[in-house]
Ligand binder design. Structure first.
Ligand code: SAM
Length: 359
């Protein structure tokens, strides 16, 4: 019989060597041999189906939730957005695109409620997109790795938690820089998101993730049931790390597109400059508006979100001008206005839509 090493098997089956060792020691692969200190796997062996997947039987109507906390997440105003979904969604509108997907609150709502033919998501955050892909393509390994992080982190005292957090952050940055071990990177991405300060994602000038540890007593690190459901729902989804403009080739008259770009910062002064974190300033907002015009011209149904400049300057009609052809709705959101201190309270946000019917 011809054999392959665990490294070769890992490459062939697109899983980690650690997973191969677990499968061998659980007698899940016929004919393996342990020689010296390594596993040898028959070349004719098939990748074992994972027991966890066959055991997990999510109810058909189990809703799927975002697996991350994400700045600008839309869970809070989802009801308002949902009211504006096109009535033809799931009928003549068979495609959905979310080119600034982030944590995907709207995406997961749509995937829970509609069985669409094609779904496209993108974001410029490479590690975020790698995590969506790992959940779709390597869920078992991802959940294993995340569970082992959870097992290390939850039972120990504050000092050891701190050491684990910063060691994980260092390891994440090494993988981020090298592009190695995408599944481990994805597990660390979720782990850091659940345990860092406010679920923030921020990098320094060298591109290293630098958010400090948060102070959650009992964070949910591995929500296995939801991750498996997310994975099921993502099977048919096209996941792309790209600028939003790349979605153009996907969008047509059968597509509903939700645009949720980085918000234009609110300002208390009228001499606002176009600087914004992540390079999304006024020039980029105007460019996006032109892109939306083009996609609207193709017959796509469009909703876009943004901040409402009138919260802090009633004369600021930046978006009213930019989207004068569209229906602009102001909805209440419970967010803080950073530029005027951290006071939380009801402020309004914009929902911009290219259809004028109904409410
Ligand atoms: C407001 S957040 C989206 C939040 C998301 N709707 C949610 O519910 O979590 C904006 C996202 O746009 C991404 N982004 C920024 N510039 C982009 C670009 N040019 N093309 C695509 N995505 C971009 C950011 O990485 C970020 O994840």
């Amino acid at each position: 019989m011809e054999f392959m090493t665990s490294k070769e098997a890992a490459q062939k089956w697109n899983i980690t060597q650690r997973r191969i060792a677990v499968l061998c020691s659980e007698n899940r692969i016929d004919g393996v041999e342990f020689i010296g200190n390594m596993w040898l796997i028959p070349k004719s062996a098939h990748k074992p189906e994972d027991g966890r997947i066959t055991r997990f039987d999510p109810p058909a109507d189990m809703p799927v939730k975002p697996f991350l906390k994400w700045a600008g997440g839309k869970s809070q105003i989802l009801n308002d957005i949902r009211c504006k979904y096109p009535a033809a969604l799931g009928k003549s509108i068979t495609k959905y695109a979310e080119p600034f997907v982030g944590g995907g609150a709207v995406l997961f709502d749509i995937l829970s409620r509609y069985d669409l033919k094609e779904v496209y998501i993108s974001d410029v955050n490479r590690e975020l997109i790698a995590t969506y892909m790992a959940i779709r393509d390597n869920r078992v390994e991802l959940i294993d790795t995340l569970k082992s992080l959870e097992k290390q982190y939850l039972p120990v005292n504050e000092q050891i938690r701190k050491e684990i957090y910063y060691a994980s952050r260092d390891r994440f940055n090494v993988l981020k820089a090298t592009g190695n071990e995408p599944v481990e990177l994805a597990a660390l991405f979720i782990f850091l998101n659940r345990t860092c300060f406010n679920g923030l994602y921020r990098v320094n000038s060298h591109g290293a993730f630098n958010v400090p540890q948060g102070s959650y007593k009992n964070p949910t690190i591995c929500d296995e049931a939801n991750l498996l459901t997310v994975s099921e729902k993502l099977q048919k989804v096209t996941i792309v790390c790209a600028d939003y403009k790349e979605s153009q080739s996907f969008i047509d008259e059968h597509t509903f597109v939700y645009f949720d770009p980085p918000y234009r910062p609110l300002t208390v002064t009228s001499n606002f400059t176009s600087y914004a974190e992540g390079g999304f300033g006024d020039k980029e907002q105007a460019e996006l508006a032109r892109f939306i015009d083009e996609m609207s011209g193709c017959g796509a149904y469009i909703i876009a979100s943004n901040s409402d400049p009138k919260n802090t300057d009633k004369n600021d009609d930046f978006f009213d001008k930019l989207y004068s052809k569209y229906r602009i709705m102001r909805i209440n959101a419970n967010r803080s206005i950073n530029s005027v201190g951290n006071s939380r309270g009801k402020i309004s946000e914009l929902l911009i839509c290219n259809a004028f019917g109904g409410e």
